[in-house]
Design a protein around this ligand. Structure first.
Ligand SMILES: [Zn+2]
Length: 295
């Protein structure tokens, strides 16, 4: 994927989670230990999910990302690409696109949807219209996808510039897809409907919502290709590989609640691949109506 020498977004911020997380550190471990004794809750799980041990206020400050490292630059360019595409798509529909923020964090972060850790994975919080991305996400993706980085100095021209870039961009654009759903009122409708149906039906709705975000990611890739010809041979396979392997982004549906791992509500690998491909081939959000089949 080609991405150098394009505009970077000014909506990327970095989070410095101060050391004042109440319940973190030794105190948190003690509380978690008690939880384990009393309730049988594995303290590591509790710590990772930020449940129970993060009561009280935490201080997390964000500031514009000034780092020039490769990953930060990459995120800025991909987010800018989503801004340009979605501004255009909304404008064509006579609407105005409100650009989301993106927070890069390291270790722990507090969002309007609750606190999250690296274990949460990339997520979008509708309440503050922000995508959250842990910096370890890139390394994990390279590892999980068997991708070894930028191949710098390898002398292998064929591989330079690929190295999983597009798979990472796909994940970011999937999260931005959730932002688009929020702007379109889809997220709110799903939340409302989910409260009135059984858990199984609510899970199904969540799957349909996730698959639509995959489709929107495909639409973005199509439109961005028309705009800047950024795709290189192998990129689509790379994204499809990612779509089939990463069934596991974590979605915080309701504001004010902790970000809850939700691994069983993202659809099957094949469904994810199908919907991403549909958006990619059409470049049209109208083809992304995953909900019309109903429950
Ligand atoms: Zn998602």
């Amino acid at each position: 994927m080609k991405w150098r020498d394009r505009r970077g977004s000014s909506n990327v911020r970095t989070s410095s989670g101060g050391g004042k997380m109440i319940g973190g550190g030794i105190g948190g471990i003690i509380i978690a230990g008690i939880l384990w004794l009393v309730f049988g809750v594995n303290p590591m799980t509790a710590l990772q999910t930020g449940q129970a041990v993060t009561a009280g206020s935490s201080t997390t400050t964000t500031e514009p990302a000034t780092s020039n490292d490769r990953d930060t630059q990459f995120v800025k360019v991909v987010l800018a690409d989503t801004e340009d595409v979605w501004n255009q798509v909304f404008s064509e529909g006579g609407q105005t696109y409100k650009e989301p923020s993106l927070v890069l964090f390291n270790g722990q972060v507090s969002s309007a949807c609750g606190s999250a850790t690296s274990a949460t994975g990339p997520f979008y919080c509708p309440s503050d219209q922000t995508v959250y991305l842990d910096t370890s996400f890139f390394a994990e993706m390279r590892q999980n996808l068997g991708i070894t980085g930028d191949q710098q100095g390898s002398g292998d021209i064929e591989n330079q510039g690929r190295a999983g870039d597009f798979a990472q961009a796909y994940v970011i654009s999937h999260e931005v897809g959730h932002h688009v759903q929020t702007l379109l009122g889809i997220t709110q409708q799903v939340n409302q409907a989910s409260r009135q149906v059984t858990q199984a039906q609510a899970n199904k709705l969540s799957v349909l919502q996730e698959l639509q975000a995959d489709c929107f990611a495909g639409v973005w890739a199509n439109r961005n290709q028309q705009r800047v010809q950024f795709l290189e041979p192998g990129d689509i396979d790379e994204a499809i590989n990612a779509a089939s392997q990463i069934g596991d982004d974590r979605l915080a549906r309701n504001s004010g609640r902790a970000v809850t791992p939700d691994s069983f509500t993202h659809g099957t690998s094949q469904q994810r691949v199908n919907w991403f491909t549909r958006g990619l081939e059409s470049g049209d959000v109208q083809t992304c109506d995953t909900f019309s089949g109903g429950l």
